[in-house]
Write a protein that binds this ligand. Structure first.
Ligand code: ADP
Length: 342
């Protein structure tokens, strides 16, 4: 469900370790695509829609075909002989903007205008929070609540981008930011370990499995150690996880003896919890009260958001807030896109 027009004039790419994200401007794109953003108003010369698409980086040929047939041909910049005419400036960010620059030039005649990755992430979030209504929301106890952000009271905040790896960025203003931390235990770890442990072929399959699983089968809980009671003196309930995957050491079982859905569930819980905790510790380091989580790992998944929110809420004793973004996966691509006006 992509939106097209006869005059696609701008395109930005974020080529990450796992996924390629595209944002393109379509003056007469319709609203058939979920999440597309209307831009321009009555007095603006430029009116249309920002549209989104994503491809797996390992299937980059699909992305090249998409751009060739659905963007370059619609934009009128492609010669009948397949080469790209004059100028079709393409903004690109992420590691792949370097790694695949030659490929895009050779196959599509596109020369990347490269944008810095962290800068793009921050610009993307600021753009969304300032211009797109109902973008940010909290998720706790099954309740999604949209948050109205006051533009004059936006900074400072912590941005936690969960892609293949995780970056934590303290943002103090437009173009004012510092990457203060990160962790290599991110979406790539979930997908990579998940594939090895469950034989799943895709992220969607792994998520689907995790929906049906029960992490208590494999995780060692406080109650397992304390014989079913809480360790109330230090505020740990019997259901708190004492050791992720910890039960697997004691009951002499092999991987095959566990249900793949339970493994997927424990893994999702472990990764989400860990990121929530590291995020909170970094927020604490700099006295930041708001933490925005982005990146394609989240995918609007309730269980993931709930785990992250509970971790932030638990460790900060309710002081810090985890917030999520509707266009979470396209932050870098959107940021690169907004650099057109610089
Ligand atoms: P990167 O820029 O490093 O590729 P992303 O923000 O695109 O990072 O997030 C990539 C992560 O998102 C993957 O590691 C995986 O956990 C998750 N993910 C979500 N949807 C998919 C998908 N369709 N295919 C692969 N990974 C996906």
């Amino acid at each position: 469900d992509y939106c097209f027009s006869t005059q696609i004039s701008h395109l930005a790419l974020d080529i990450g370790g796992t996924l390629i994200k595209l944002v393109y401007f379509s003056p007469n794109g319709d609203n058939s695509q979920d999440g597309s953003i209307v831009v321009g108003n009555g007095c603006s010369v430029v009116k249309g829609r920002l549209c989104f698409a994503k491809f797996e980086t390992r299937k980059i040929d699909d992305c090249l075909d998409f751009i060739r047939f659905n963007i370059l041909q619609h934009s009128g910049v492609q010669h009948p002989n397949g080469t790209t005419r004059d100028k079709f400036p393409v903004k690109a960010t992420g590691g792949g903007a370097f790694k695949f620059a030659e490929l895009f030039k050779e196959k599509l005649g596109i020369v990347f205008d490269k944008e810095d990755e962290m800068h793009s992430l921050v610009s993307g979030v600021n753009f969304l929070l300032k211009t797109v209504p109902r973008e940010a929301f909290t998720y706790l106890d099954g309740q999604k609540e949209f948050v109205q952000i006051d533009h004059n009271d936006l900074y400072p905040y912590l941005l936690v981008n969960i892609g293949s790896g995780v970056s934590m960025i303290k943002v103090d203003g437009d173009g004012k930011y510092e990457r203060i931390s990160g962790t290599s235990l991110g979406g790539g770890t979930f997908l990579g370990l998940g594939k090895l442990l469950t034989k799943c072929k895709s992220f969607d399959e792994l998520l689907e499995l995790s929906h049906q699983g029960n992490n208590r089968v494999i995780d060692m809980l406080v109650g397992d150690i304390y014989g079913g009671t809480d360790y109330s003196k230090i505020g740990l309930s019997s259901t708190a996880i004492a050791s992720s995957f910890g039960k697997a050491i004691s009951d002499g079982k092999e991987l095959e003896d566990y249900q793949p859905e339970d493994v997927a569930r424990s893994l999702l819980r472990m990764i989400s919890n860990n990121i929530g905790q590291i995020a909170y510790l970094n927020a604490l380091r700099f006295g930041l009260k708001r933490i925005f989580f982005g990146g394609f790992f989240i995918r609007g998944l309730e269980y993931t958001m709930d785990t992250i929110s509970v971790a932030v809420h638990f460790w900060s004793r309710g002081e810090a807030k985890a917030m999520f973004l509707r266009h979470e996966g396209f932050l870098g691509a959107l940021g690169a896109f907004t650099s057109y006006k610089d």
